[in-house]
Write a protein that binds this ligand. Structure first.
Ligand SMILES: Cc1ncc(COP(=O)(O)O)c(C=O)c1O
Length: 397
């Protein structure tokens, strides 16, 4: 393949990032290099590999050919220069934050974040004298007021989990660059198919690859990508390798398999989500629908500008109380009551009681969620069946 030619996304998700023209033994698929260690020819070879003069391998906690292919492919899809695979999304997020912050620094986080990411910023980092400020990054004035001389990182998800709020990556990156601050974006909900934060000016992109990148609910994994190769080298060898949050080669292989259908899946996920969002919007027992693809949604214009599609996560509020929301999630039959998202199966949950249980109860509204908010990850089933399933559950309240 001509390395300089930029092929289209669906092609790159199948062929991108290959270092060798052919797989061993002419196999169509890359092998799983299920090995902990690698054998050297002699001490001269050792010297070359340890000094990075050769890109051969030492030990899987540092690097592995299956993982390198996954990292390269993710890097191509995100339009970065290099990436690091991690054992989970949280391993990627915590390693990136620890790698960019030191005692005395500040991190600015968006108020709405996945529960464990929020906990890292508000519980773990302060133990190492890294302070945080939680602001509503949809309001750029709030960001400007929060920045001080110690601010070193701005961290957010867009769309955010579970409010789906949309944050202007390009605008924030411009403000950050002027103040020498790094911008880290969790791109889990959008995937590189719908949004490429590095192109919009972000410094690092992180993913829970557990979600759409895998796509089949059978892997826990993470990845970080950047245009800064030197930073990625440091992240890999000083943090991933030393904290030890390495991905297993088998999971890397499953993710490469998942990536082959990322574009196909995202198109279908989104098609289903748009239909479901409109159904919910019309339903008299539904009070509010949060989905960036709805024209009346707050972040619609920014989503249209910075994304190629709106994704397939919807949150909504039903009329009534928490007991009514519970009735809905307890009475769906096809949609599965579970945390996680991005799988073929439609998953439904109550974020305040599940994925975001760590949020202070008295601050839920401030953080963009309520006890009764329902989040749904729209799957790949026939959407008419999912609508009938929800219709039945909603008829009980
Ligand atoms: C937006 C987002 N980021 C990060 C994570 C954490 O990823 P993992 O569970 O792979 O550690 C999640 C998990 O749900 C998530 O939704």
């Amino acid at each position: 393949m001509d390395k300089d030619k930029r092929l289209r996304f669906d092609t790159m998700s199948i062929h991108g990032g290959k270092e060798d023209e052919k797989n061993p033994k002419n196999a169509l698929n890359p092998p799983i290099f299920q090995t902990s260690t690698f054998v050297f020819n002699d001490t001269e070879h050792v010297k070359k590999v340890f000094s990075f003069e050769s890109s051969d391998y030492v030990y899987t906690r540092g690097n592995n050919p299956t993982l390198r292919l996954f990292e390269n492919r993710m890097s191509v899809l995100e339009e970065g220069k290099a990436g690091v695979a991690f054992a989970s999304g949280m391993a990627a997020i915590s390693s990136v934050l620890f790698s960019l912050l030191k005692p005395g620094d500040n991190v600015i986080i968006n108020k709405t974040l996945y529960g464990s990411s929020y906990n890292v910023a508000t519980q773990l980092l302060p133990k190492y004298e890294v302070n945080y400020k939680a602001v509503n990054l949809c309001k750029l004035k709030e960001l400007e007021q929060a920045i001080d001389e110690n601010t070193k990182v701005i961290y957010f998800e867009t769309p955010a989990n579970p409010s789906l709020s949309i944050i202007d990556i390009e605008h924030i990156s411009k403000i950050a660059k002027a103040c020498n601050i790094k911008v880290v974006v969790d791109n889990t909900f959008a995937t590189p198919y719908f949004q490429r934060p590095l192109v919009l000016g972000a410094d690092v992109v992180v993913h829970s690859a557990t979600k759409y990148i895998s796509g089949h609910g059978d892997v826990v994994a993470g990845v970080a990508v950047s245009k800064d190769e030197e930073y990625i080298h440091k992240l890999k060898f000083d943090y991933m390798c030393e904290f030890g949050g390495v991905m297993s080669p088998f999971n890397g292989w499953l993710l490469l398999r998942g990536l082959k259908t990322l574009g196909v899946r995202m198109r279908e996920h989104e098609r289903n989500a748009i239909k479901l969002a409109h159904y919910l919007l019309e339903h008299k027992k539904v009070r509010q629908v949060y989905y960036p693809g709805l024209e009346g949604f707050d972040g619609y214009d920014i989503a249209k500008k910075q994304m190629d599609g709106f994704g397939a996560i919807i949150s909504f509020e039903v009329e009534g109380r928490l007991s009514d929301a519970k009735k809905v999630v307890n009475n769906v039959k096809l949609a599965q009551l579970a945390v996680s998202l991005g799988d073929c199966e439609t998953l439904i949950e109550l974020p305040a009681a599940m994925t975001h249980l760590g949020y202070p109860r008295d601050k839920l509204a401030e953080f963009g969620l309520t006890e009764s908010m329902i989040r749904i990850s729209v799957g790949l089933e026939n959407i008419e069946d999912i609508i009938e399933d929800l219709d039945n559950a909603l008829s009980l309240i």
